[in-house]
Design a protein around this ligand. Structure first.
Ligand code: AQP
Length: 321
């Protein structure tokens, strides 16, 4: 089974990215034909700063490798190193009904958050469909925020197959219910562009400040609280053992949950979980030439796959004459 998913180097990767997608991808290394990539073309829709994008791409690569992705057990590359994806995007955009793309809420959400409403941002889902269809992916592990974009990819695959003959695999989303939407400090979806994240590799005082900034209500310690409506509780659940979560749940419903202490406990759990990865990341970043070599090798492997699909597409639509 071909499993594919990408991540934008649009800022420091955060625990929403980790639990929504990275962890799942890393766990599939042994069992799937795995495609993992850094979507720098997508990040251009929100990052217009040469150094930030270039550094962000190398950092995102180091993040994935430090967290345990083995480039010999998957194809790991940078999106723009396979230019075929742009040609497929164009072909797909000639098939994409305006209404389908207009319905995508991520565009409206991002514009509402101050990102420039460009044509690229609007057609983000078409580029994403091209990413998925180019490699004939069967399954795409994503957070719930990307579900609608996955539906666009499925619609475009079906539309192409109906008009031009069976060409693309119709991909299935893989969304884990427990980590579908990781909340940010303010309770909205944790998102790089919303400035409400807990970055995976943040440390020390900076990390403590973020964790202590998780928004909670003003219910006194001894009063009962509703765990289902508390983003601190939801974040704890990602890190604490089920037994500890049962105790914390008891404190919420019976009274006695002290937010300040729970935040300090969460801080410790985050530090423990990512301690090894932090050391490894520093080692990867110390050798950017090696990082670039890993990505170049992955780019070559990805391109070999991409040209096969694109050649078929060109033939099917009449671009081969
Ligand atoms: N809060 C989240 N909860 C669960 N999953 C999440 N993902 C992102 N945020 C959460 C998943 O992470 C993968 C990579 O996401 P992305 O960086 O490519 O794009 P995104 O979804 O737009 O993530 P951000 O952080 O919100 O980025 P910006 O702010 O740059 O747009 C995806 O599978 C996503 O579902």
């Amino acid at each position: 089974m071909k499993v594919l998913s990408g991540i934008q180097p649009s800022g420091k990767l955060h625990i929403g990215n980790y639990f929504g997608m990275m962890q799942e991808m890393i766990s599939r290394m042994e069992s799937s034909e795995l495609y993992v990539f850094i979507v720098d073309l997508h990040a251009l829709t929100s990052v217009h700063d040469r150094d930030r994008l270039a550094t962000g791409t190398l950092e995102a690569a180091a993040d994935f490798l430090a967290l345990g992705l083995d480039p010999d057990k998957c194809i790991f590359w940078v999106q723009s190193d396979v230019p075929e994806v742009c040609e497929l995007t164009w072909v797909l955009s000639t098939l994409a009904p305006m209404g389908l793309i207009e319905r995508c809420h991520s565009y409206k959400d991002k514009v509402a958050k101050g990102i420039m409403p460009s044509h690229g941002l609007f057609s983000y889902p078409v580029l994403m469909a091209a990413d998925i269809l180019l490699y004939q992916a069967d399954r795409v592990p994503v957070g719930k925020d990307q579900k609608q974009h996955l539906e666009v990819a499925r619609d475009l695959a079906q539309k192409f197959n109906n008009e031009f003959g069976e060409t693309f695999t119709v991909p299935e989303p893989a969304i884990s219910e427990t980590t579908a939407i990781v909340p940010g400090l303010d309770g909205q979806k944790m998102s790089k562009s919303y400035g409400n994240t807990i970055p995976i590799f943040m440390e020390g005082k900076e990390l403590k400040k973020r964790v202590m900034a998780i928004e909670t209500d003003a219910t006194p310690v001894e009063d009962p609280k509703d765990p289902a409506n508390c983003n601190l509780f939801k974040l704890m659940k990602l890190f604490a053992t089920p037994a500890r979560m049962e105790e914390i749940h008891g404190l919420y419903v019976n009274g006695g949950a002290a937010y300040g202490y729970l935040k300090l406990e969460l801080l410790e759990l985050i530090n423990d979980k990512f301690a090894d990865a932090r050391k490894k990341k520093a080692e990867f970043l110390a050798d950017p030439a090696e990082l670039r070599a890993i990505l170049a090798k992955g780019g070559q492997k990805a391109r070999e796959k991409a040209v096969v699909t694109l050649d078929l597409v060109r033939d099917r639509v009449g671009l081969k004459y």
